[in-house]
Design a protein around this ligand. Sequence first.
Ligand code: VG1
Ligand code: CO
Length: 542
Amino acid sequence: MTVTVPSSPYAGQKPGTSGLRKKVKVFAQPNYAENFIQAVFDVVQPAPGATLVIGGDGRYHNRTVIQQAIRIAAANGYGRVLVGKGGILSTPAASHVIRKYEASGGLILSASHNPGGPDEDFGIKYNIANGGPAPESVTEAVYARTQVIDRWLTVDAEDVDLDTCGSSAVADTIVSIIDPVADYADLMETLFDFGAIRQAVASGFTMAFDAMSAVTGPYAIEILENRLGFPAGTVRNGTPLPDFGGHHPDPNMVHAKALFDQMFAPDAPDFGAASDGDGDRNLIVGRGRFITPSDSLAMLAANAHLAPGYAGGLKGIARSMPTSAAADRVAEALGVPCFETPTGWKFFGNLLDAGMATICGEESAGTGSDHVREKDGLWAVLLWLNILAVRGISVDQLAREHWAHYGRNYYARHDYEALPTDIADALIAELQGKLATLPGQHFGPLTVAQADSFSYLDPVDGSTSANQGLRVLFEGGSRIVFRLSGTGTEGATLRVYLERYEPAGGDLDRETPAMLADLIAAADAVAGIVRHTGRMAPDVVT
Ligand code: VG1
Ligand code: CO
């Protein structure tokens, strides 16, 4: 029954920060997706009869690759394949399904916040049995395998009907189409005080949720409108579209502008939120008050005990290196450890599995906990709702109280997108070359205390990940981090992360650009951004 299809390697199938992301046209080439999926199975070598989960964010090309993946999985000996209805599973829901059904792993088809459509992006990511992204040891082995692959395996079988729940056989494999929402929504009910939120809604608490025509729509409608009682229409852009309605499903001030405008208008609802293409990111904005993801992590950690799932307290907090140190202060106050990992959720998995951290976050709008092994957009929204409902205060009040207690980490990320790769590489190489000479140098009022290339030693498995971003640390706790994106599909994207700490009692309610002006000037002076790139300003500021 198994058919062996001869093939040859494609260059460049190297997974980045979160899986392999390329243009749809690249993925649609003969053998391209097939080679990559086969390389994954060659590396992980599923035990005969093992279970595989397949889901995606509904973007263009999703269904084609799901059908390919089902046949390849059947030929590689999987006994059962679970697929979200319509090919849909948000990334956190896929993580939960892998864990709940004790699958050996899962394929998540998504390019997350990247745009979708025939001329846009597609992606494939493999998650392991703990529900989390495969660690570097696995992704590197997969990349190595793609460079020598000479065949992929398939079975002779018709396409599976993805739109009807139920089971059918593909060769010797049982393929089950499952409700993508139910298990996830049930999990959320175990973590949060739905009664308290329902009561707040009944007393007039209002919110707007922008699903950005991406995967979260069905989840948000079920949880926010059906289970929590927010009125119909609270969730907007709630139908997943293959091209996300022509927008970037990236929940930030630029791409979720309509929501921002609404939240800063006089008649704004109490709470605004959005999530990204695959549902693992979140945007939190109160009436007239944007909460940076770094602050959100800290504020959630400080208040998490108000939710039933975290009533016992936190074991630890973990954040990616470029994320601000706001969470560190909360960890210190709680007397729990705080871990600093490289960018990308795969680095949190070991800490969560080992019970060393309960809540994790990234500056890029990713927050999550040990309930799954992915960041989780709706989880963050629900934890915020739970906290606000129990405390009976506004987002703005909560933020002000938090800063008054802990001080405030003013923070921004400047992205320079689609740079020629050689120019971005030259900028990084030059800066790397002079790191050792920076300590003691002055940039305006700032003095460099330390400069290095971040390297992470995983405290659980002892592995080291080097070259995870260049850090320039100034006296007084301000900081600039430079790194190149590992999720783009066009040229290179330079990310510049700027952070300034203002202690309690200081200037806690100023505009971020003004507070970061010295750092912005220093970033250009130290790295020659304008000189190298010719760009006078970043493309996106978040
Ligand atoms: C970006 C973010 C990173 C995040 C990754 C995947 O990576 O910076 O924090 O984990 O996207 O998020 P990079 O390498 O482009 O900076 V998602 O929601 O796009 O899967
Ligand atoms: Co995402």
